[in-house]
Each structure stands twice: as C-alpha cells, then as structure tokens.
Write a protein that binds this ligand. Structure first.
Ligand code: GDP
Length: 363
C-alpha cells in the first residue's frame, strides 16, 4: 500500500457492536445509551453518523465519575468516546468484517440476567471469539430481579449497595449462573469489579435498559478494554479511505446508495473507489457524500443530510455513486489514491472478498 498509509494521525473512537439472543434488550440498550449520554452534550457538539452513534466520553464521565475514581481511571481515559453500531445483532457484526478480522473494535454481548445463556448467546460468542474482539457481558433486565429498587441512571455498584440483602443474593445467583455457563465453555468470567485479570476473565456488568442502571459501568469497562487491547487498531491516518459497506439502499432522487463505515483514512467527493458486488469488484466515482445534520439544524424530515466534501475516519457516511446496485453489504471499500493503479486496488478487493467469503462458509 502507499506510503501515506503509515502516517499516524490520531486515535479514533472504538467501533462497538451489540450482539446477543433475540429479546434480551439489545435495541433498547442502544437507545438508552444514545438518549442518556447524547443528552449530556450541547446539541451542536454532537456529530451525527450514518449507521453509527457517537457517544462522547465527557458525557459518560458525568455519570461515571465515582467509578473512575474507584477504578483509578480518572484522567487516564484517552479515548474520546465510542462509535456504537446502530443496528444490533449478528448481521451488522458479520457485515463489519475485513481481511483477517473485524472492523469492530469492541463488542457487548447482551444476556437476559433472568434467563441466562440462550441459543444465540452461544452463536454470538463464537463470532466474537473467532474475530478476537475484546468484549463485555451486559447482564440486562436487572430491574426484573424480584424486589429490585431502581435508581435511574445510577452506576450498578451504587444501586446494588442500596438493595436489600435478599435482592443482592438474587443478583449474585443470576451472575453465578452466567459464570457457570462460561466455565462450561472453558472460559473464566466474573462480575466486572471482581475481575483480577482482564486478559483471561470476561467482565459481567449488570444493566437495565429501562432504568439506565449499569450503563456507566458498561462504558467504563469498554473504555478500559479498548485502551488496553485495541490501541493499535485505533490508530487512524489521513491516507486513502478504507471502509466496509453496512447497507445498500435506494434513496429517492439519489438511486442506490451505500452506507459505509469508514475505519481509516479520508474519503472525498470525486474520489475513485473500489468495492465489491456478487459479480466481482466494482469501481466508481463518489458523486456525493452525505452525513446526517445535527439534530438542532434539521428543519424537516426532507432536510436530513449535510453534503460533505470530505469525511475522516472513523465515521459512518452515505456514498452516492453509479453502479452501487451491484454492491453487497460487507463489501470492502477502498479509495484509490491518484498515484496508484486501479488494477492494484481491484486485486486487493478481490483478495479481501475471497478471504471474507471463506470465513462466511466456516461460520
Ligand atoms: P432485542 O431483540 O435484543 O433488540 O430486544 P429489545 O430491545 O427489542 O427488547 C425486547 C423486550 O425487552 C422489549 O419489550 C423491551 O422493552 C424489553 N426490555 C429490554 N431491556 C429491558 C430491561 O433492561 N428491563 C426490562 N424490564 N425490560 C427490558
């Protein structure tokens, strides 16, 4: 690849996926995180994305302050926030694949605390482990534990302290059952504040997507994991853009568009890109790049987008170009730098696609 690629610029926020069995609360958890932490920022400061939500770290800090002190993380968190993938579940996770791994930096495996492991819990776990992604378990629906007294948006540890002893006992039993399932799979796990070694133990954070309890703990653990285990992956450059197609969709007036997660580099209007369809590589020119407008600038639903000249990683962006109707979700997207040959990039896409396809067959 060209030399510009190695010019380190910054660390990007980790891209985080939410997976787990149906009905465990993945969607509500994402909604609650978005609503809770985005509300702590001035509207104009929020960067909007296609298919991703940016959760600014300084918003998390307001709720998580006591936890940061307790875990001696105060002032030590250098990630600026999280880019949560808006669509939960296997499909989003699988689409975010690239050669030799995943575009996702972190995962949240959601388990219903009252039900424990279910069929798709195992499937999600297999996916996470095959891509070697640091993850945390959200033991969700904590508020359903019999006798639980909710404390809106409180860290789990604070709320837990205030519960009756019998209620605490029920929480412990539920966590113990989850730990036991991990043990059966040859893995070690523990309630996150009791984890001694994050290299070998899976942290479990009890949460409620209804009351917001435990969300602060969840994001603090994710910050810790990403700083420790994803540092190299979070380096971004201002080299030619690299991304993955999350979704292909038809938009009125624009034709078929591609929603892309840009994980490195820069993409500009007018850039030549190479991506992939079922019939093989597709090369096309970026006609337009759009991102959602900040909420406070959106006047009516027709007026949703900002037109961008360039977008830097990491970001979720919609690409408008000819020939995208061939393209499939999960396809890689590369910007072809002016000095490079298109053939070289077509070959790169072909290689990447064949490798990802082999992986699909194995899943
Ligand atoms: P998904 O299929 O995993 O995305 O699950 P949803 O987010 O759609 O949630 C499934 C159901 O569980 C919905 O009726 C939610 O309102 C409910 N639910 C989700 N999280 C919680 C929670 O923390 N507490 C309670 N009591 N209900 C929840």
């Amino acid at each position: 690849m060209s030399k510009v690629d190695s010019s380190f610029v910054d660390y990007r926020p980790p891209i985080t996926v939410v997976v787990g069995h149906v009905d465990v609360g993945k969607t509500l958890l994402l909604d609650k995180i978005r609503g809770t932490f985005v509300a702590y920022r001035e509207p104009g400061m929020i960067t909007q994305h296609i298919g991703l939500s940016f959760i600014p770290w300084n918003a998390v800090e307001r709720i998580a302050d006591p936890l940061l002190t307790k875990f001696r993380l105060k002032g030590k968190v250098w990630i600026k926030g999280f880019l949560m993938v808006d669509t939960p579940g296997h499909a989003a996770f699988s689409n975010l694949r690239r050669r030799g791994g995943s575009v996702a930096d972190l995962a949240v495996l959601v388990i219903d605390i009252t039900r424990g492991f279910e069929e798709q819990t195992y499937e999600s776990l297999t996916l996470i482990r095959s891509r070697n992604i640091p993850f945390v378990v959200a033991a969700n629906k904590l508020d359903r534990i019999y006798g639980w007294e909710p404390h809106e948006n409180a860290p789990f540890l604070d709320s837990y302290e205030k519960q009756r002893e019998d209620v605490q006992g029920r929480v412990e039993e539920a966590i113990a059952r989850i730990i036991e399932e991990f043990n059966k799979l040859g893995m070690d796990a523990d309630r996150y504040d009791r984890v001694r070694d994050f290299n070998t133990q899976v942290p479990i954070v009890p949460t409620s997507a209804v009351t917001g309890e435990g969300l602060a703990d969840l994001l603090v653990v994710l910050a810790g994991l990403s700083q420790r285990f994803s540092r190299d992956k979070l380096r971004v450059t201002y080299g030619p853009g690299k991304g993955v197609v999350m979704e292909i969709r038809e938009e009125k007036g624009w034709g078929v568009t591609a929603d892309v997660v840009l994980y490195d580099g820069v993409i500009r209007k007018g850039d030549l890109i190479v991506t992939a369809g079922l019939e093989g590589p597709v090369s096309t020119k970026v006609k337009m790049l759009v991102m959602p407008k900040p909420l406070d600038e959106m006047r009516d639903p027709e007026d949703r987008y900002m037109f961008m000249d360039e977008v830097k990683a990491a970001a979720g962006v919609k690409i408008i170009a000819d020939g995208l109707d061939q393209v499939v979700p999960g396809a890689p997207v590369f910007v072809v730098p002016q000095e490079a040959s298109l053939d070289e990039y077509v070959k790169l896409v072909r290689e990447e696609v064949s490798e990802v396809k082999i992986e699909t067959d194995r899943d």
